[in-house]
Write a protein that binds this ligand. Structure first.
Ligand SMILES: Cc1cc2nc3c(=O)[nH]c(=O)nc-3n(C[C@H](O)[C@H](O)[C@H](O)COP(=O)(O)OP(=O)(O)OC[C@H]3O[C@@H](n4cnc5c(N)ncnc54)[C@H](O)[C@@H]3O)c2cc1C
Length: 389
């Protein structure tokens, strides 16, 4: 742990210990079963809400735990170490849903849309991606048309994490398609009170199988105009600002997966014997362990650094896009590197479904894809460094 650069306060240690204890007692033992069945883990997610993990940075007055970004990252890392599915459910709820309303919502919107989700009573989702627009989200086809005091929404959102179970959704639609990104607006959906809203089929997935993902459909769905988040035309900026926070969450999730793969590998390398010695004594295995450990520490520094940058932005303003992108890029590639190495170190047993190592491998892959692929992170970072050339 990088104590020198990031000395943890008593409060930080407390949330880290609490999350680690809960994750190892309540989540780790059921992770394989829920991965296999693909069921949503309602009971443990509810308990996470009761413990304050579903709205870590949301002020207590709106139902959250009122802690800082480093506390959020520490807790999410521990939850993800036990199970990346629980990790992404927590990350989307906190970073992509709650953060957007906390930052851009009116008082009335915070009361109605933030409180139930931050307190863990309901689940929130973020719906930006569409079948024809993922990385290039600004080319979305969904439309919102203002009609008096309401908006009529039409469109199809795809790959929505927690889509099948979310009671509240933050979504984005074009209100003025001619203006492209500047013509996008953000809307808050209360799915119980949104005639014309429905959920599509659940996606069958390679990994994070206990986190459910689906399409969300809007067919002449009418919502009151006061459910628009921010001004008309501000939606794309809101979507991207929220993704900065989301990428810190995914860095933490990736860090948790990498650590789990690393710890399993160290234990195995100490115990397994071949050619009359522990496999950890072979230099080839030892060097893999060294590379895993070094990359994890570097990923941790980048993730904590991004968390501190977000924390500073709360008082000083400004964005932390570069820090979040670098952390997400490096941590997700570290998760993939470590999960790949872990399977190799375990040999045949790494390929067996009897051990969690193959699950870490399947779960790690998504961190290089969602909330901006690794290619998109490299676009963001290189543009920031090179400017427009
Ligand atoms: C399990 C899962 C959960 C998800 N959860 C959510 C969610 O909750 N909410 C939500 O809105 N979305 C969600 N997504 C969508 C996710 O964010 C997108 O899949 C992702 O952004 C990539 O978009 P795409 O799939 O359309 O790929 P594309 O954009 O079609 O990309 C295909 C390939 O082209 C590359 N590429 C694209 N543009 C460039 C470029 N400019 N330079 C270099 N390479 C490029 C990409 O990196 C990728 O390798 C989820 C996806 C998955 C799989």
């Amino acid at each position: 742990m990088s104590q020198v650069l990031f000395p943890l306060s008593d409060e930080h240690r407390m949330i880290q210990d609490t999350a680690r204890d809960f994750a190892s007692r309540a989540i780790a033992p059921i992770a394989a079963q829920f991965d296999e069945s693909g069921e949503f883990p309602h009971d443990t997610v509810k308990k996470m809400g009761e413990m304050g993990f579903m709205g870590v940075e949301v002020p207590e007055q709106y139902g959250g735990a009122g802690m800082d970004t480093l506390a959020y990252v520490l807790a999410l890392e521990e939850i993800s170490r036990a199970d990346a599915s629980h990790g992404v459910i927590m990350s989307v709820n906190n970073s992509l849903y709650c953060h957007g309303i906390q930052k851009f919502g009116t008082e009335a919107q915070k009361e109605r849309f933030l409180r139930p989700v931050a307190s863990g009573q309901s689940i929130g989702a973020y719906a930006l991606t569409e079948p024809m627009s993922g990385s290039d989200a600004g080319t979305m086809r969904s439309r919102a048309v203002r009609e008096g005091d309401s908006y009529r929404l039409n469109g199809r959102k795809s790959w929505v994490t927690s889509g099948p179970v979310a009671e509240y959704v933050l979504t984005f639609m074009a209100t003025n398609p001619d203006l492209k990104q500047k013509g996008v607006s953000a809307f808050l959906i209360d799915t119980k009170n949104a005639p014309g809203f429905s959920r599509g089929k659940k996606e069958p997935k390679l990994g994070i199988r206990a986190s459910c993902t689906s399409e969300l459909l809007f067919e002449d769905c009418r919502i009151p105009a006061d459910q628009r988040l921010g001004n008309e035309g501000e939606g794309f900026k809101i979507a991207m600002t929220v993704l900065d926070a989301g990428r810190i969450g995914i860095s933490s999730q990736a860090l948790g997966i990498a650590e789990a793969a690393y710890q399993a590998s160290v234990l195995y390398a100490r115990e397994r014997e071949a050619f009359g010695q522990k496999i950890g004594q072979f230099q080839g295995i030892g060097f893999r362990i060294a590379d895993m450990k070094t990359r994890i520490e570097a990923a941790r520094l980048l993730t904590y650094n991004a968390a501190m940058a977000k924390e500073r932005s709360k008082s000083a303003g400004g964005r932390y896009t570069l820090e979040a992108s670098m952390a997400k890029l490096f941590a997700s590639e570290t998760a993939m590197f470590c999960a790949h190495a872990a399977i190799q170190i375990h040999g045949g047993m790494g390929y067996s479904r009897e051990l969690p190592v193959e699950r870490y491998f399947r779960d790690a892959k998504i961190t290089e894809i969602y909330e901006g692929t690794s290619e998109i992170q490299r676009v963001v970072i290189s543009r920031s460094e090179l400017g427009v050339i």
